[in-house]
Write a protein that binds this ligand. Structure first.
Ligand code: UDX
Ligand code: ADP
Length: 454
């Protein structure tokens, strides 16, 4: 393998190809995207996304064997292996709107590959796609170009944002799905050899294409389900006086359950969880499994409820009105260490706060630009890079993203500049409620006893 192309220079394509380029200095890695500004940013060594450690990895290979370009079609003709990592958001129109995956970018890419390929290519699906899309892709290719061989593999990406580089460098597993034909197996071996440069072979799993595709949806559904499960228990804790941290610890020490992914909070966000579950549910329905669809949909419904519950609690304890009150929103990204705001719980929470006619002042170390794109100043929203300024004159702080820097703030100083009584709603259980209470805050963590002295 001498030349790899990746179509789509986003959160998945950019980091993944940078790590492949790092470990395969003899392979030319090209990443092509239709968005010229994105391409220019990557090619300048300043990635358009914030991801710890990414810039160093990109800069180390740029100019050696890593290149970004907007010439998608030209590069297709030269590549031996083409990764497809274009966006596949939830459909917003027509059949399956709000649930099925929108495959228009994916299909355009497939047709473009069909038209411009100039040598036998292995096409590797990286985008999360509904099960059996590899088959659909093969059908797009099949018999249309007798002069040309296409082999389709599925290689779902399990990286999480904020830890993308570490996840790519030391993956729990790499999963490769291919056809059970000699050509399919040969293509899989080619891809295995690439990952084997840095991933131990026993962590490279192979499967048939459908199993690989379904595994990705299933993994995200299981992870999201854990978050909804712990949030559901947190709701009970708030009603009964139990502490979710104790409960999470008690259940997490059972080896069969495990301790990861049991942090209660304002709900999950990000581009994958909701999309993949809705996708899975849609798939179930199409295959005559409505009860299974309802089961998974409940995970998303609970997640919506968690965000609404957070705002209801704010309204209730702040004397049943937020109208005209300044609320400082600490954190807008869907989790720490990313600037990504896709499906961030902060979006819904800010909408609910605005519906209560609150004045919302958003601060975030990386996602302020993303927030600006979603809300306008004339909606009554302010954007403030400095958390101290954001909280100045506020009635309440709603902490929505688990940024470590929010732990290190001087809350005594913050409280001194706020209206009284000063409320702090810790939507991530990031801060020490007892300490804050002593400073003078009325503290409302998630699933833990309130500390109030109004
Ligand atoms: C996820 C999967 O982890 C990854 O394998 C897949 O490839 C893409 O989707 P990502 O969305 O980047 O990754 O972030 P993740 O760390 O999984 O967090 C998702 C959401 O769940 C975040 O909003 C996070 O704050 C929330 N979460 C996570 C919790 O609320 N509690 C937890 O215990 C864990
Ligand atoms: P993900 O999180 O799956 O990586 P992103 O939205 O971050 O999703 O990235 C997807 C990228 O794919 C975007 O940069 C977008 O411009 C690009 N893209 C979408 N359609 C095409 C296409 N037909 N050809 C090339 N790039 C595309």
């Amino acid at each position: 393998m001498r030349r790899i192309l990746c179509i789509g220079a986003g959160y998945v394509g950019g980091p993944t190809m940078s790590v492949i380029a790092k470990h395969c200095p003899d392979v030319e890695v090209v990443v092509a995207d239709i968005n010229p500004e994105r391409v220019a940013a990557w090619q300048s060594g300043q990635p358009p996304i914030f991801e710890p450690g990414l810039q160093d990895v990109v800069q180390a290979s740029l100019g050696r064997n890593l290149r970004f370009t907007a010439d998608v079609e030209g590069e297709i003709g030269k590549a031996e292996m083409i990764f497809v990592s274009v966006n596949t958001p939830t459909k917003t129109f027509g059949q399956g709107a709000g649930r099925a995956a929108d495959l228009q970018h994916w299909e355009k890419t497939a047709r473009s590959i069909l038209q411009h390929a100039r040598r036998p290519v292995i096409v590797v699906e990286k985008s999360t796609l509904p099960v059996r899309t590899a088959e659909a892709m093969e059908r797009i290719f099949r018999n249309r170009r007798p002069d040309q061989r296409f082999e389709v593999l599925s290689n779902p990406e399990f990286l999480a944002e904020g830890t993308a580089i570490a996840d790519l460098e030391h993956p729990d597993r790499v999963l490769i799905g291919g056809a059970e034909t000699p050509a399919g197996q040969a293509a899989m071996r080619e891809l295995v050899e690439i990952y084997a440069r840095w991933v131990p072979r026993d962590r490279i799993l192979t499967a048939n294409v459908w199993s690989a595709e379904l595994s990705k949806l299933a993994a995200n559904a299981f992870l999201a389900q854990r978050v909804s499960s712990i949030n559901a228990i947190a709701a009970i804790c708030e009603q009964t006086g139990a502490d979710i941290l104790s409960v999470a610890k008690a259940i997490g020490t059972d080896r069969r359950i495990g301790s990861g992914f049991l942090r209660a909070g304002v709900g999950f966000g990000g581009s994958c969880f909701q999309k993949d579950i809705l996708n899975l549910a849609y798939l179930c329905e199409q295959h005559g499994l409505p009860e299974v669809a309802r089961y998974w949909e409940a995970v998303v419904a609970l997640n919506q409820h968690q965000k609404e519950r957070f705002v209801h609690r704010m309204v209730r304890v702040m004397f049943n009105t937020l109208a005209g009150k300044r609320i400082a929103v600490f954190g807008f990204a869907f989790k720490a260490n990313t600037g990504d705001t896709r499906e961030s719980p902060a979006i819904r929470i800010c909408q609910e706060l605005l519906a209560e006619q609150a004045q919302v002042c958003i601060t975030d170390p990386q996602a302020l630009e993303g927030a600006r794109q979603l809300f306008a100043s004339d909606d009554g929203v302010m954007f403030e890079p400095d958390p101290y300024e954001a909280a100045d004159g506020a009635h309440a702080i709603a902490l929505l993203t688990d940024w470590a820097e929010y732990r290190a703030l001087d809350y005594r100083r913050i409280q001194a500049g706020m209206e009284r009584p000063a409320f702090l709603f810790d939507g991530r259980n990031l801060l020490d409620p007892e300490e804050l209470h002593q400073i003078g805050f009325n503290v409302y963590p998630i699933g833990r006893p309130d500390r109030t002295s109004l």
